[in-house]
Design a protein around this ligand. Structure first.
Ligand code: NAD
Length: 368
């Protein structure tokens, strides 16, 4: 069964990537939660599609479960939903010997992971990640948290799960836009890993079946392996974990300029990756040739995105405000070539403005 182990100082944990993972799921869960209270949290939309099946699997296998539904959507990754989770856990007298299971996309695993981190100073937990973005990114690496009125993910903790299940059958019900958003993060790994992986993604897109489980398993495995290796070297984002932000400085600014809820996060990341590549070749003219294949893939992906008007000047302003507020210098993750990321700082503002303009003009021409 395809499995990636995330190796950390305190031990390692498995990420299982498979279409039929029930037995493995049960054996991992038995080792952690047999004869204990098992608190199971479901994304509400996921629950309608798959929740009953998971509940009956658990009950058949004699787990004592208490289920809770989390409303779907980013706006519920909030302090008020967190309070409802605390109330549920504490009214049911959770103890540190019990176990929490989060079944859903990044919103659910971030939120429930943070509830697990902060209740009684830490309850063990695991994730059944159910979106492509969750499988390749959000559920991997132990970052948990909620949003605040001042910004996204501003409250949180590092709290590693005991295991992660990525059941690719669950992806069969994921809406196409969510699938493309997840691909945004896979394509980011393409830039960080190198041309071989970029070619595999390109082929996957050319074949035209976004729900091909076999290929998805491969893409997810490579992505998780890469993220896992970075997280192992830098558990708390002090240095190279920043590479994982490739495309994100631009992507976040685009999301902010547009207002949340229009482009999905992963869709904005596709545009942000293109901006990062354009920026990379403007900073270093010799990189243009090496990055041509990656740039062409990103341009093709623009055709998969809905079009919204995004103002370049406002986007650049949002990049600057965001960095200033977080006390960071204006630094970007750029590429020398696919597979060779680096951190660039002290760059001329005109370079940033011109890159954003070029990127947004391409998005205007290609977006649908
Ligand atoms: P999400 O959790 O909102 O899920 C997207 C949508 O898909 C929701 O409407 C959900 O109801 C639905 N859904 C989930 N599984 C489904 C399934 N199998 N079939 C049909 N529908 C399904 O969004 P997401 O894209 O998974 O995650 C985004 C979140 O992840 C953001 O809050 C982001 O900040 C966070 N994130 C965290 C990290 C991290 O390291 N912790 C990394 C990247 C992103």
């Amino acid at each position: 069964m395809p499995q990636v182990n995330i190796k950390l100082k305190a031990g390692s944990y498995p990420v299982v990537i498979a279409g039929r993972a029930d037995n493995k799921f049960l054996s991992l869960l038995k080792a952690k939660a047999q004869n204990k209270q098992l608190f199971v949290f479901f994304d509400a939309r996921f629950y309608v599609l798959h929740g009953k099946k998971i509940e009956s699997l658990l009950k058949r296998n004699k787990f004592i479960i208490k289920s809770f539904l989390i409303p779907s959507g980013e706006k519920y990754k909030s302090a008020s939903t967190l309070k409802t989770i605390y109330d549920f856990l504490l009214h049911n007298k959770i103890s540190r010997d019990d176990f929490i299971l989060a079944c859903g996309g990044g919103v659910t695993t971030d939120l429930v992971g943070y509830a697990a981190a902060s209740t009684l100073r830490g309850i063990p937990w695991a994730a059944v990640s159910t979106t492509l973005l969750g499988m390749v990114d959000a559920a991997i690496g132990g970052k948990t948290g909620i949003n605040h009125a001042s910004g996204k993910n501003l409250i949180g903790a590092f709290w590693q799960p005991s295991f992660v299940i990525c059941n690719t059958q669950h992806l069969q019900t994921l809406p196409e836009r969510e699938m493309i958003a997840g691909l945004g993060e896979v394509i980011k790994y393409g830039g960080l890993i190198g041309n071989k992986f970029i070619n595999e993604i390109e082929k996957f897109l050319k074949d035209g079946d976004l729900y091909n489980t076999k290929v998805l398993e491969k893409l997810i495995k490579i992505s998780v392996k890469y993220k896992g290796s970075i997280v192992s070297q830098d558990e708390r984002e002090k240095n190279i974990r920043m590479f994982l932000n490739l495309g994100h400085t631009f992507g976040h600014a685009i999301e902010k300029t547009l207002g949340y809820g229009k482009l999905l996060h992963g869709e904005a990341i596709i545009i942000g990756l293109l901006a990062a590549v354009i920026f990379s070749r403007r900073v270093n003219k010799t990189a243009a040739k090496a990055l041509a294949g990656y740039e062409s893939l990103l341009k093709k992906c623009l055709r998969l995105l809905p079009y919204f008007l995004i103002k370049p000047a406002e986007t650049v302003k949002n990049i600057q405000i965001d960095k200033k507020r977080s006390g960071q210098k204006l630094r970007f993750v750029l590429l020398k070539s696919p597979g060779k990321p680096f951190i660039a700082s002290g760059l001329k503002p005109k370079l940033i403005i011109d890159s954003v303009k070029e990127c947004l003009a391409l998005y205007k021409a290609e977006g649908r």
